[in-house]
Design a protein around this ligand. Structure first.
Ligand code: AMP
Length: 415
């Protein structure tokens, strides 16, 4: 019997693990610098929070949710993204702070067609700044987002794009223009776009169908149809991005795949992952918190697709900090048990130590010590042990010296 992974799901194993660890460490370090606290929410949520927030006519809600009917009749799902759950938690916990800055890190689930960079379970790192409508926060969030891509070594192959998708007011007027433009092409548009045209016209900009692309290329743009307030807000965001020294390009066709965004939208893209071009994205949500039953306050956030970031870090040979063993304990048949006692002691003192599970030849142990890249091999000869001494071999210089066992920790600490 040979069991395999479920289609679209992946194991994070071997070399990949170190990259995940490093990328998470980089993100967490940045979160400290930007004063962002951790939040953990359940993987399972009521489907309704996503239907309401992401939008009924989005690809995620229409086609991609892993949802099921629970025994009590409620419809539950594996979370397809983190924002709705984070805000649900903020509201559920009584909106503890007027201004809240949170991050989450975890698995998300979407039943998409698996391909390069596209999985059915993937990991997102996300951030939500809740409670401020100031454009300063939009720029601060984008600066944090941008900083992450610099620190994981992807600034040359990842490009930051920004846009404004307006508020409900400017969108209402804009939808009239967009619908008027698209309607004559109704017969030529794909089935999805024909439906979008009736229910949620902005979503046509998500269409990947080449037949639709030509038509959509000529469509009026939300950026040219912003109301005065949205235009002013966007100008301010751009001003602060300049102050924070964040480079970006304006992409008036980028609308993000989730309905809850208002005004600022941004995305980090690359041409290195085929069709899966987005490494992360985010934006402002002015109505989402009240849609989910909270107060009428707004927020801004992003989510980064860690799996895609890691794939590129590996391709780019990003240098991973790897801790090597401080000491590899080498024993003889008569000193095996003393070696085991020393192993426990050195670990207790905070050193990274290795010893073999079974008695074996010194030559073979030395070979494996070399392979482990340990700094020192500690050879426990019977004669030396009698005098409470130990022979230490520096694995880089191959020099060997005998030291008192009582000095071992000091020696390791100072060398
Ligand atoms: P979204 O929540 O759709 O804005 O996605 C944010 C980021 O998550 C994207 O930019 C991708 O990097 C990543 N992502 C989204 N869907 C997938 C997927 N199916 N597989 C891997 N990464 C994904």
């Amino acid at each position: 019997m040979h069991f395999q992974r479920v289609k679209g799901f992946q194991d994070i194993y071997g070399e990949q693990v170190a990259y995940y660890r490093q990328a998470c460490a980089i993100a967490k370090e940045l979160f400290t610098l930007f004063h962002v606290e951790e939040l953990n929410t359940p993987i399972l949520e009521k489907s309704e929070i996503f239907n309401r927030s992401i939008g009924e006519n989005t690809d995620i809600v229409e086609k991609e949710m892993f949802s099921f009917l629970d025994r009590d009749g409620s419809t539950l799902c594996l979370r397809p993204e983190g924002t709705a759950g984070a805000l649900r938690a903020y509201i559920d916990n009584g909106c503890p702070k007027e201004l809240e800055r949170l991050y989450y890190l975890g698995a998300m689930f979407r039943r998409e067609n698996p391909q390069k960079g596209r999985f059915r379970q993937f990991t997102q790192i996300g951030v939500e700044f809740i409670g401020s409508s100031s454009p300063f926060t939009d720029a601060e969030v984008i600066s944090l987002f941008d900083n992450f891509f610099n620190k994981v070594g992807l600034s040359k192959i990842a490009h930051l794009e920004i846009n404004s998708v307006g508020c409900a007011d400017c969108r209402r007027k804009y939808y009239e223009k967009l619908t008027a433009y698209l309607t004559p092409f109704r017969e030529e548009l794909c089935g999805d776009c024909t439906r979008r045209l009736l229910k949620n016209p902005l979503r046509v900009f998500d269409c990947k169908n080449p037949k639709c692309a030509n038509i959509i290329n000529g469509a009026p743009l939300i950026l040219d149809n912003l109301c005065d307030m949205c235009e002013k807000q966007f100008e301010e965001v751009k001003k602060y991005l300049e102050i924070f020294k964040v480079d970006y390009t304006l992409n008036p066709r980028m609308v993000r795949g989730l309905d809850y965004y208002t005004r600022t939208a941004f995305e980090m893209t690359t041409d290195r992952l085929g069709a899966a071009s987005a490494l992360g994205g985010g934006g402002r949500y002015d109505k989402l918190i009240s849609i989910l039953g909270g107060p009428d306050i707004s927020g801004v956030g992003f989510a980064i697709g860690l799996d895609r970031v890691i794939a590129l870090m590996m391709e780019e040979n990003f240098a991973i900090e790897k801790r090597v063993p401080d000491i590899y304990i080498i024993t003889f048949p008569d000193t095996f048990e003393q070696g085991a006692a020393l192993l426990a002691e050195v670990r207790k003192a905070g050193f990274y130590a290795i010893m073999e599970y079974e008695i074996s030849g010194v030559k073979a142990q030395m070979k494996r010590a070399n392979r482990s890249k340990a700094r020192y091999a500690a050879i426990l000869g019977e004669d030396e042990l009698k005098e409470n001494k130990i022979s230490l071999k520096d694995m880089q210089t191959s020099t060997q010296q005998i030291i008192n066992l009582t000095q071992l920790f000091n020696f390791l600490r100072s060398n």
